[in-house]
Design a protein around this ligand. Structure first.
Ligand code: FAD
Length: 459
């Protein structure tokens, strides 16, 4: 008889957990997965997928404006929030079902309930009981972080609730400057909600290239989003007519809803890491090495709970690398270098490699190629501008960073990522013939080095 109930027990059926469980099961291992909520995790249930549907829904209002400039006359356009939610929930349920079937077809067992480690080989699942496993994978993801001490915080929603609001508010204050905050600012703005974005930092999207950050802020403001920087909540007050956000700078703002997008935290609450002796980082993430091994020799962790690069494809690749290493005898570590990312703001962003500031810090002399232009689509009307930027190491001419703000930027950056991952140089990049007429062609036709404006020079 086998020493343990399973060869592998996975806690969390999100992006990372499902991929690892499926691959391990396909390789012949006896695998079980516990999920306390719905199979699919953050990405499918309350992250990337429903968010992108909301982006699509909200972009329609912008397309309608553009349509007029192309000669279309369209009657009164009305958005039905409830009809949208019903469609969105139906598709999410379908996708979650696909995940369940994929697990079952691979031969993995699914246990519904919150799982808690009781020792290094035992997991207690609420409503199911204790199960033992030779190997355990923690893939519990992350969750919104809330400033619990903020007076009135109980009136605020997070991204979790934004996907299920009983009705669309007329106005919303969104606190935060990360990608989730700017994405929801664009979503609500496009759906006709009056949006105020409040961020305590000097600009949104910390860590992104500074030109990208300021460009997006300008574009958001052009679309009517009120952006308040260097400003944060002091309290949230509930009144007869809605909510009042009081800010540290003394002013206040009334709105029907307040949304907190001020960060996410690894989800380890109630997981029993201490019972199994699993060490955490200072930020409360499960501490792992490049093979996603924790300090306990039979326990691994992948995805957002490890707080490395918190993106779905990264969680999937970490889960796959774990399964490949442990169940296919092929030691594999996922390479976290040069991972492209998209921000589905409006306009969207595709970003890859180093920002100009980081490149200067790491490499000293860098050359910058930069273009700002009106996308062809808006030739008949609209004042949206796109931004394309390349950061090149001066000595070797290797491209260190590529940043695009504009239509289809996430699609463009996916392709650019292949070249940067291969170590492409600017001459090789320039040898690539343009595809015309596109926005992406600007990337391969930038020949003039950008000279930053000297202090005091007038634009
Ligand atoms: P998750 O997908 O979070 O899965 C963890 C699962 O574990 C959950 O289902 C949870 O219920 C379950 N669980 C937790 N604890 C327990 C327990 N004790 N017992 C049983 N089950 C448990 N990434 C992108 O790449 N692109 C995007 O556009 C994007 N948009 C996003 C938008 C939003 C609003 C959010 C919040 C995130 C977004 N992300 C995006 C990030 C992406 O969703 C995560 O990086 C990804 O889901 C992480 O996968 P994971 O497997 O680590 O965890």
């Amino acid at each position: 008889m086998a020493k343990y109930d399973y060869d592998l027990f996975v806690i969390g059926a999100g992006s990372g957990g499902v991929r690892a469980a499926r691959l391990a099961a396909i390789s012949g291992a006896r695998v079980a997965v516990a999920e306390e909520h719905r199979v699919g995790g953050t990405c499918v249930i309350r992250g990337c997928v429903p968010k992108k549907f909301m982006v699509y829904a909200s972009e329609v209002s912008h397309h309608l404006k553009t349509a007029k400039s192309y000669g279309w006359s369209i009657g009164e356009a009305k958005f039905d929030w409830e009809a949208f939610l019903a469609e969105k929930d139906q598709e999410i349920a379908r996708l979650s079902g696909v995940y369940v079937r994929n697990l079952q077809n691979a031969g993995a067992e699914l246990a519904h309930g919150k799982a808690r480690l009781t020792d290094a080989h035992t997991v207690e699942i609420e409503g199911v009981g204790a199960k033992t496993a030779d190997k355990i994978l923690i893939a519990t993801g992350g969750r919104p972080w809330m400033p619990k001490d903020l007076p009135g915080i109980e009136h605020a929603i997070t991204s979790n609730e934004a996907f299920h609001l009983p009705k669309l508010p007329k106005s919303i204050v969104i606190a935060g400057g990360g990608y989730i905050a700017v994405e929801f600012a664009g979503i609500f703005n496009g759906l006709g909600v009056e949006v105020t974005l409040v961020h305590r930092g000097p600009n949104v999207l910390r860590g992104f290239d500074d030109d990208v950050r300021s460009h997006l802020t300008e574009e958001m403001e052009k679309r009517g989003i009120k952006v308040m920087l260097a400003c944060q909540h002091k309290s949230i007050e509930k009144t007869a007519s809605g909510l009042v956000s009081h800010f540290t700078e003394g002013h206040h703002c009334e709105s029907e809803a307040v949304m907190m997008c001020v960060g996410r935290e690894p989800y380890v609450e109630g997981l029993g890491v201490e019972s199994a002796g699993v060490a955490l980082t200072e930020r409360g993430a499960v501490k792992v090495d490049e093979y996603s091994r924790t300090n306990v020799k039979n326990i691994w962790a992948v995805g957002d709970v490890t707080d490395r690069i918190n993106l779905t494809p990264v969680a999937i690749r970490e889960g796959a690398a774990f399964a490949e290493t442990e169940f296919s005898g092929n030691p594999t570590a996922f390479d976290h270098e040069t991972v492209a990312s998209a921000v589905f703001s409006q306009p969207p962003i595709g970003s890859l490699g180093l920002s100009e500031a980081d490149a200067r810090r790491q490499y000293g002399k860098v050359d910058i190629y930069l273009a700002r232009l009106k996308p062809m689509k808006y030739a008949f009307g609209g004042d949206e501008r796109s931004l394309l930027k390349l950061v090149v190491e001066a000595e070797t001419e290797r491209i260190l960073g590529c940043h695009v703000v504009g239509p289809d930027a996430p699609e463009i950056i996916q392709m650019a990522a292949i070249a940067l991952k291969m170590g492409v140089t600017k001459p090789q990049w320039d040898a690539t013939c343009a595809v015309h007429p596109t926005l992406a062609e600007e990337l391969v036709t930038m020949r003039e080095k950008h000279v930053p404006m000297a202090m005091g020079q007038v634009a």
